[in-house]
Design a protein around this ligand. Structure first.
Ligand SMILES: Cc1ncc(COP(=O)(O)O)c(C=O)c1O
Length: 461
């Protein structure tokens, strides 16, 4: 990189880059990493979408070490999962202690204290008034499956409304709600019947006006449900639930305006429909509050949680108002759901998020968003920067006038970042996704943003 470019873009000092930045000891992927990739090619399902050949041996905090000893700065958190950082010592200890005591006893048939203990903690931080009831599964998709079945069971209604751009998982029920990328659905039909997709308030792609017009656009998206759908296609009294991500994750880190979520709540109340929020990516402190829906003041009926709630141990949670979770024994269960080790990890995770990670996400996220927002004027290909806390999207376009989607440029930036030792993911068609562990420091963030800016400048050439 030229000195000129350094002066133009860098905020972190060279010493900070030296101390907190990536470190290479071989070309990447090095020989050991290459061997893993070659063996993986032999055996592993080709359905996975590996963007670049990162091989992981060890993780600590926001750093990843590969088998050749190269060190990377991780701004993916394993897709927004390692909320407390990789291998946080308190989580590791909780997992080790629990593993030595009890690994499994199927909470669907027997009792152990971690099930109500974690439930009580989750109930205390839930985004709606209690009392609550809680179901444990093993993944985000399972939390969504539970919410779908519960919504039908409780209401006795069959239909569900979901949003274009949404991602709710890949099992058949969750996939039926998903409308993110067509490859996720190609050749898997027929899907679970009764799902209708409507427009999400993706203002940058739906409306070119100022804040007032964007609000009007968001309101229009919500009101379409009542004013068009309910009058032409779908009887409201036959709708069980509206599933919504307060911030679309895979769809491109698109933030729903508060007014949209408030209007969805109003529509649900008016027609006896359950409001289900999918907080699998946006929750667990990522936006600087426990749940992204809290920014809007809206109280949902059901919340789906997973990813960051147990720092990487597999846990999905469906939390509902107690009077909504009214199904009878045998209606729903899972052999592994609420595994003791995962619940022990969740308890430690909740402590760490509450104590330090969530305030850090609010503080470091706000500073990052402020700096990133200046890039919209500074760089022709940065169309929009949006997000809350440490859930930040940078939308890459061909130019600001046309806003033409520049997916290839976005991918190039992700690749260039990898070459520099910074791990990023894309989301949506053309957005860079920034979702580091919630314990990322200001220094690490300054270094990472310097690297991203260098990549943007290089990609434009
Ligand atoms: C919002 C949202 N819902 C559901 C899921 C599915 O979670 P899982 O992959 O754990 O099944 C994801 C995963 O990316 C997600 O982001």
């Amino acid at each position: 990189m030229s000195t000129q470019m350094q002066e133009m873009t860098r905020v972190a000092t060279p010493e900070m880059h030296e101390k907190f930045g990536p470190k290479f000891v071989t070309a990447v992927p090095g020989p050991r990493a290459q061997a893993v990739v070659a063996e993986d090619d032999l055996y592993i399902s080709p359905s996975y979408t590996r963007g670049y050949p990162l091989v992981v041996k060890r993780g600590y905090g926001c750093r990843i070490e590969d088998p050749d000893g190269n060190e990377f700065l991780d701004f993916t958190a394993g897709i927004a999962v390692t909320s407390t950082g990789h291998c946080h010592p308190e989580v590791v200890k909780a997992v080790q202690d629990q593993a030595a005591q009890l690994m499994h006893m199927s909470g669907t048939d027997f009792y152990y204290d971690l099930m109500p203990k974690v439930a009580a903690r989750l109930s205390a931080i839930a985004p709606m008034k209690g009392p609550h009831k809680i179901y444990y599964g093993n993944s985000g998709a399972e939390a969504v499956e539970c919410a779908m079945k519960l919504a039908r069971y409780h209401t006795g209604r069959q239909n569900i409304i979901s949003f274009l751009g949404s991602f709710h998982g890949r099992t058949m029920g969750a996939l039926s709600l998903t409308a993110s990328k067509v490859q996720q659905k190609r050749r898997f039909a027929p899907f679970v019947p009764g799902v209708t997709h409507v427009r999400y308030p993706y203002a940058y792609r739906g409306c070119s006006g100022g804040p007032q017009e964007q609000e009007a656009f968001a309101l229009g998206c919500a009101r379409y449900i009542e004013e068009k759908l309910f009058k032409t296609l779908l009887a409201p009294e036959e709708v069980a639930a509206i599933f919504v991500e307060p911030i679309q994750g895979e769809g491109g880190y698109v933030v729903a305006p508060d007014i949209f979520l408030q209007e969805i709540r109003r529509i649900c109340d008016r027609h006896g429909i359950l409001m289900v929020v999918d907080e699998i990516q946006s929750g667990a402190g990522r936006t600087g509050k426990w749940w992204a829906i809290e920014h809007s003041g809206v109280q949902p009926d059901i919340v789906c949680m997973a990813k960051g709630i147990a720092s990487g141990m597999p846990l999905g949670v469906c939390l509902a108002k107690a009077d909504v979770m009214d199904w009878v024994p045998g209606s729903h269960a899972s052999t592994f759901g609420g595994n003791p080790i995962c619940l022990a990890a969740a308890l430690a995770t909740i402590d760490i998020i509450e104590r330090e990670a969530m305030p850090n996400a609010a503080r470091v996220g706000a500073a990052a968003l402020e700096r990133l927002s200046t890039w919209v004027d500074k760089h022709e290909i940065v169309g929009e920067v949006r997000g809350r806390g440490l859930m930040i999207g940078v939308e890459i376009v061909e130019n600001k006038q046309t806003r033409a989607i520049a997916g290839d440029l976005r991918d190039k930036i992700v690749d260039l970042a990898f070459e520099r030792g910074l791990l990023l993911l894309g989301c949506g068609a053309n957005t860079l996704r920034l979702c580091p562990p919630l314990v990322v420091t200001q220094e690490e963030t300054d270094v990472a943003l310097d690297l991203i800016e260098e990549c943007i400048v290089q990609a434009m050439r």
